[in-house]
Design a protein around this ligand. Structure first.
Ligand code: NAD
Length: 456
């Protein structure tokens, strides 16, 4: 179907008010979940073919989050969609005031490739929960996952309501020529800017879920072995191709060697077969990214790992030591299995270095010191994060997920997602039985006195 025709069909369907019914939304969310469940095996084999991601990782990091959020929406959208009374104040007496959550209309979800199902489907079901129609444009980089998403959605839903459009830059550019009521984009900062500019032409509101270099502070008072376990898991899950992965470590020089050793031991424990892609380790998405990552591995600084096979698009979990902020690897988001470790002697200087750079999507602090944790949380601005853990904050639907500054605009997950895809319409509702004359001409000093008294 032509994009123009699809867009018009969705506008017409939205105008019919069908999606405003909460019962309709709940029914469609249940159907969405059932369809994904029925097609799980196709979803697993597509992603395994595309970049070697196992069923375990796909379920744990993509489908479980999707099901969890759908369940939350089914349970809560009736309550969230109700109008909410607020107080009115004397100036408008007698009246009632209330806020009506309403859907925005036709929405566009543009996904990234690294968690292809989650990053396309989760914003889509959130938009459905809020009562919108949705066009999904998944990333074209993993072609089989994009195809399977299109197959299962397009063969089960009317295009007037929800539809997957496959394609790359050209297709996205064509989509962006149309006026959407909301664009939800997940991807890189440079493409985020393109989306923002295209949306501005139509004054379309955007949510931009972008990336950045997320720091990980390791203080000398933390439990080093447990820190290593949590950091290694978070960094090398999906071979480091995670927007919220710890990008680099800032460690107190006092415990640098202890940490390096613990990181190495943990990698050896988790990735025993550390010379290949297996159940626990995925491929780099394409050779372009493989080549980019390969250049970031400075042989003189490799503490552990560093092996790779271009044909298999494999890079082993790699730790770099004695890294400085001037090194190539510290320029842009790494987005791969390379973990630079930067030692510091003064935590204030380490914090200052992080603050000089664009605000990251995440930040992690490993310390038992309330004072240090409080200081970093107070001084460093970032999207979200964790204390004594990494990445897992995104699994709590009560925590809005999103960036700040260069790492993004807006947030989602749980109620925050419902808000993102809704407009809150404010209403003042008056009766006819009384109308004070104070605001009407002719004005007088007595009326002015009364207004001033009311506003005192
Ligand atoms: P990307 O920006 O290259 O692509 C994202 C989407 O934009 C894809 O669907 C792609 O087809 C489309 N696109 C690419 N170039 C375009 C152009 N010129 N015009 C219009 N559309 C275009 O990002 P990616 O490589 O898929 O993902 C990696 C990036 O995404 C990383 O920076 C990562 O941090 C970020 N990311 C962020 C989150 C988050 O939730 N904040 C999650 C995952 C990934």
């Amino acid at each position: 179907m032509k994009i123009q025709e699809l867009h018009t069909k969705q506008q017409q369907f939205f105008s019919s008010n069908a999606t405003k019914s909460v019962s309709f939304r709940i029914e469609q969310l249940k159907k969405f979940k059932r369809i994904v469940q029925e097609n799980e095996s196709d979803l697993y084999s597509a992603i395994l073919d595309d970049f070697g991601k196992s069923e375990f990782e796909t379920y744990a990091s993509e489908l479980s989050l999707l099901y969890h959020e759908i369940n939350i929406f089914i349970k809560n959208i009736r309550r969230w969609s109700r109008r909410k009374k607020v107080s009115t104040g004397l100036a408008n007496f007698p009246a009632r005031s209330y806020i009506i959550p309403e859907p925005l209309g036709v929405t566009l979800v543009i996904g990234a490739w690294n968690y292809p199902y989650q990053l396309s489907f989760l914003p889509a079901v959130t938009s459905m929960a809020a009562g919108n129609t949705v066009i999904i444009k998944p990333s074209e980089l993993p072609p089989k996952t994009s195809a399977v998403m299109a197959k299962i959605i397009n063969s089960n839903f009317s295009p007037s309501y929800i539809h997957v459009v496959e394609g790359g830059v050209q297709t996205t550019t064509e989509l962006l020529e149309h006026r959407f009521d909301k664009i939800f984009f997940t991807g890189s900062i440079p493409v985020g800017k393109i989306i923002y500019k295209a949306a501005a032409k139509h004054l379309t509101p955007v949510t931009l879920e972008l990336g950045g270099k997320s720091p990980c502070f390791v203080l000398p008072d933390c439990d080093i072995n447990m820190t290593a376990q949590r950091v290694v898991w978070a960094k090398f899950f999906n071979a480091g191709q995670t927007c919220v992965a710890p990008d680099f470590i800032l460690v107190d020089k006092l415990v640098e060697q202890k940490l390096l050793k613990a990181l190495k031991n943990t990698i050896q424990k988790y990735y025993r077969d550390s010379n290949d892609i297996g159940d626990t380790y995925v491929q780099i998405i394409n050779t372009e990214n493989f080549d980019r990552l390969q250049q970031l591995i400075d042989a003189d600084k490799v503490y552990f790992g560093g092996s790779r096979h271009r044909d298999k698009r494999y890079i082993s979990p790699t730790i770099l030591q004695n890294v400085t902020f001037d090194d190539e690897v510290m320029r842009d988001e790494i987005f791969g299995p390379i973990l630079p470790v930067i030692p510091y002697t003064d935590i204030n200087e380490a914090i200052a270095k992080v603050k000089e750079r664009p605000k990251p999507l995440s930040c992690y602090i490993y310390s038992k010191s309330r004072k240090i944790v409080k200081q970093i949380l107070n001084e460093v601005s970032f999207g979200g994060g964790a204390v004594n853990d990494s990445v897992m904050h995104l699994s709590n639907s009560n925590l809005p997920f999103g960036g700040v500054g260069f790492s993004g605009i807006g947030s989602y997950h749980g109620k925050a997602g419902f808000n993102t895809f809704s407009h809150y319409k404010s209403i003042l509702h008056k009766p006819f039985w009384f109308e004070p004359s104070v605001k009407y001409p002719p004005y007088s000093s007595a009326k002015l006195g009364l207004i001033k008294w009311l506003q005192r």
